[in-house]
Ligand binder design. Structure first.
Ligand SMILES: Cc1ncc(COP(=O)(O)O)c(C=O)c1O
Length: 415
């Protein structure tokens, strides 16, 4: 925990815990003991190891689902889930234009096309209405991102998917422990994906999970992450195209030591966020992230919406002031919408073949809607968004410092 108790505004920078290093991560004796046990056993590969299978069982139990496969990253988790949908070349996945590329790139790798749904400008999450506007005869699945740890409104999304007979993949990389009407995100759709990358709620540097209630999907994903190999079968075969996305026992050891702390981390993040919300809600022009019983936020980041009478310059002023006290900020988060990144704009994939866009049997072009004018919610959402790094190792003094810094920057005391 931070030791800072003095007048923070005059204290030098770098005392706000940061998830990019030890100050904002909780590694201790348990992680070291688990790592030592793995090394002493000498089995680093999960196929013959003990820790990753235990971790998979423990995470499945934490989710209250029957099946979990641990993988090497959140991107690997999403790729594994997307492959399990088994798209034909040119099939469509509806996703959010505000997300990590780990949820988009695997769609292309599977020869499919991401189609983007607009978002609610306040939550920056996709909704059943925005998704419905993008469904076509080629839609195979929906990927919902629970952005910053705030659940999407899942009931109408699930009803829509059911009506069209399409699958739902939940990207819960930022959403460990967030609940929607009492259910953990990642367990509501057909497959849930999680990331254990350095900055997530729990971490082993890189890693991830896919979870599902469906035994067939579970078997596919178990094989897919191991080159399509039926490991443990009487007569194993490479049954289909797959990759090596196996988690190592070393990653598993750290993740296994982190998992028992997860509920405590989530509770702490929520408690600290409630304090900031209470402090900021009095400021005209700042809208704090929604959090209520039916839709609990787990604050991977604390995102505020900055509106009139505050201006874009105020947003930047707040961001700079927060950085000056060592807090991490991301004004306007990704800034770009997903389809505005170079690799999509310039079709930098599969040589100069044009694949998978040329496998797309819709008329190609306008219907892709890769144009920001089609995303008023997302453009508005990002324009007004200030993301603030959040961490279970903050304490009340750090939260108060963040609140005071925001207030003082708005008063013009700080630049
Ligand atoms: C929403 C979201 N999806 C997917 C990913 C990809 O996860 P990873 O970086 O572990 O590959 C991340 C994180 O980085 C993420 O935040």
């Amino acid at each position: 925990m931070t030791q800072i108790r003095t007048n923070i505004l005059t204290t030098p920078i770098n005392f706000v815990p940061n998830d990019a290093d030890a100050s904002g991560r909780s590694f201790g004796e348990d992680e070291i003991r688990m790592l030592r046990e793995v090394l002493e056993r000498g089995v680093l590969i999960s196929q013959y190891g003990k820790v990753v299978p235990r971790l998979e069982n423990a995470f499945a139990a934490w989710c209250d689902v029957p099946h979990c496969t641990a993988v090497s990253s959140g991107t690997a988790a999403l790729h594994t889930a997307i492959a399990a949908v088994d798209p034909q070349p040119g099939d469509e996945f509806i996703s959010s234009p505000i997300t990590d590329m780990g949820a988009i790139m695997p769609v292309f790798y599977q020869g499919a096309i991401p189609i983007f749904a607009d978002v609610d400008p306040i939550t920056c999450n996709v909704t059943a209405e925005t998704i419905a506007a993008r469904i076509s005869s080629r839609t195979k699945a929906i990927i919902v991102t629970h952005l910053f740890g705030l659940p999407c409104d899942m009931d109408p999304i699930m009803a829509l998917a059911k009506k069209h007979g399409i699958m739902v993949i939940e990207d819960a990389a930022q959403g460990f422990g967030a609940t929607y009407k009492g259910r953990k995100v990642g367990t509501i759709g057909d497959v849930g994906c999680f990331s254990l990358q350095q900055g997530k709620h729990i971490t082993c540097g890189e890693g991830g999970f896919v979870v599902t209630r469906d035994a067939e999907l579970a078997r596919f994903m178990k094989l897919y992450h191991d080159k399509g190999w039926g490991f443990g079968d009487a007569q194993p075969d490479h049954e289909f195209l797959g990759l090596n996305y196996r988690m190592t026992e070393l990653q598993g050891a750290v993740a296994m030591a982190q998992l028992p702390k997860l509920d405590e981390f989530v509770a702490k993040r929520r408690e600290l966020a409630a304090r900031l919300t209470q402090r900021l809600s009095r400021i005209d022009g700042i809208i704090c992230p929604p959090d209520h019983e039916d839709c609990t936020h787990v604050y991977w980041r604390y995102s505020i919406r900055v509106v009139e009478p505050l201006t874009a310059a105020d947003l930047d002023r707040m961001s700079n002031a927060l950085r000056s006290i060592g807090a991490r900020t991301a004004p306007r988060y990704t800034q770009k919408l997903a389809f505005e990144y170079g690799f999509i704009k310039n079709r930098k994939m599969f040589g100069n073949s044009g694949f998978p866009f040329n496998a797309h049997t819709r008329s190609r072009g306008a219907e892709l809607m890769y144009d920001r004018s089609r995303y008023p919610g997302a453009v508005n959402g990002l324009d007004h968004l200030l993301c603030i790094g959040w961490n279970e190792r903050y304490d009340e003094s750090v939260v108060d410092l963040i609140a005071t810094t925001i207030l003082r920057s708005l008063k013009g005391d700080l630049q």
